[in-house]
Design a protein. Sequence first.
Length: 133
Amino acid sequence: MVEMSNDSSVPETPTLVLAPWNGTWDTDDPDANFKEEVVAYGLLDPLETLDGLSKRLGIPVGGLARYVLAKWATGGSEGMLHVGGTTVQRMHTTCQTAEKRDTAEARLAAYDELRQIVDWLRVPIEDPKTYNN
């Protein structure tokens, strides 16, 4: 639930209730893993961590919470921007092809191709001088 804050010093600042979710889902739900994580992480109190970080860094808890939510919520988009649409499409096509073939061999071949793509993406991490001219 999101409500607008009554704090007139910060215009249009939403107030968010951090309520744990204990929903249910079908066994064939394609989002079951995510929903399971939502329930599991709902057992934790994120404010304990944010409060400690706030005291250590001198940043208000609300500012940290907004940062964490924004960074996590945009992580997929940010990841695609870093990797690039062509690479993401290639990875997706590799998985789709293996699923259509529906064999262990096809899945192993897809794994090998994805492993090679990830190895290639890690080159600048493993050797930062690779792309320096």
